[in-house]
Design a protein around this ligand. Structure first.
Ligand SMILES: O=C(O)CCC(=O)C(=O)O
Ligand SMILES: [Fe+2]
Length: 298
């Protein structure tokens, strides 16, 4: 798929801008369809979670909940205490993810309204939901100093990501989609890079990485990073962090979603079933485009 990368060059280096008061039209033109990330400074301005979501809140309200982090189970209170001891040199495991729709639905009012930039949202439409399988599209991430997302990747199934920082500061690194040939996508998981540390690459082992130009920047409380699908990314917390990640699917990424779902079915089942799924998605896409006002806008 051809990608249009709008280069925002700052002192000769690619950069990601921070914008306030952006109109939907500007977002759609420069970012959603323009295929370029942006930090939106005020997307979550109405969310009560900005004040409410603190480590103390999760410890006191949900301390006994079980969480699994990197294969190990903890009580949330114990895990947050480990996070509070975390240092850049000796980080706590990451990520600790809480699934909002399934396990914490009562928190949805605190992270509402869904900001206009993430609408319409077809992820929750009954024609689409069953196809998402175990792709989590609405999660809280808890992180701590030095906690690094385990791999460089682009998001599964063609979805766009909005990551809203509610507490603490996270450093993100993004790489444009046209640099895909240089990030060593894994053979069986082409959305995950083989390279362990994209900012300190062993160029003898991964010589093509000499061609990449990663963009690194921080996202702080109240700020939302939009990552268009296909952009490689990873993240590292600089402090204790609480973020909310939500995915979006609409006209802008529907063709990519369709392609990724049918390829997955083709690999797992067979070409005939993949063809049927593709036909179904073509019809569903037409219906969704015509009924966008009736779609649940969480
Ligand atoms: O905030 C982060 O750690 C990045 C999360 C992420 O990229 C993902 O879950 O796909
Ligand atoms: Fe991601």
């Amino acid at each position: 798929m051809a990608t249009k990368v709008v280069e925002l060059v700052n002192n000769g280096v690619l950069s990601v801008e921070k914008k306030y008061g952006m109109s939907y039209e500007e977002f759609a033109k420069d970012h959603l369809f323009g295929d370029y990330p942006v930090v939106i400074g005020d997307a979550c301005k109405e969310w009560t979670a900005k004040e409410k979501f603190t480590p103390e809140f999760f410890k006191s309200e949900y301390g006994n909940r079980k969480v699994e982090v990197q294969g190990q189970e903890y009580n949330l209170k114990d895990f947050i205490e480990i996070m509070e001891e975390s240092t850049m040199d000796n980080p706590a495991p990451y990520p600790c993810k809480l699934q909002i729709d399934r396990d914490y639905p009562e928190l949805i009012p605190d992270i509402s309204p869904r900001f206009m930039y993430a609408k319409p949202d077809w992820c929750h439409n009954p024609m689409v939901e069953p196809l998402l399988g175990n792709a989590d599209t609405y999660e809280i991430f808890l992180g701590s100093p030095g906690g690094q997302f385990p791999y460089v990747h682009y998001d599964y199934l063609g979805l766009h990501a909005f990551i809203t920082q509610l507490y603490g500061v996270k450093e993100f690194t993004v790489i444009p989609p046209d640099q895909t040939p240089y990030v060593y996508p894994k053979e069986n998981n082409s959305w995950v890079s083989e390279v362990p540390d994209i900012k300190n690459v062993d160029l003898e082992k991964y010589p093509l990485c000499a061609n990449i130009t990663p963009i690194t920047f921080t996202v702080g409380p109240g700020e939302t990073l939009f990552i268009p699908n296909g952009w490689w990314h990873t993240a590292k917390s600089l402090t204790v962090t609480i973020s909310v990640a939500l995915d979006s699917l609409n006209t802008s990424n529907w063709e990519r979603f369709k392609m990724e779902v049918t390829t997955k079915v083709d690999n797992k089942t067979n070409a005939a079933v993949a063809k049927m799924v593709g036909a179904y998605l073509s019809v569903a896409g037409g219906v969704l485009r015509r009924t966008k006002n009736k779609v649940r806008q969480a």
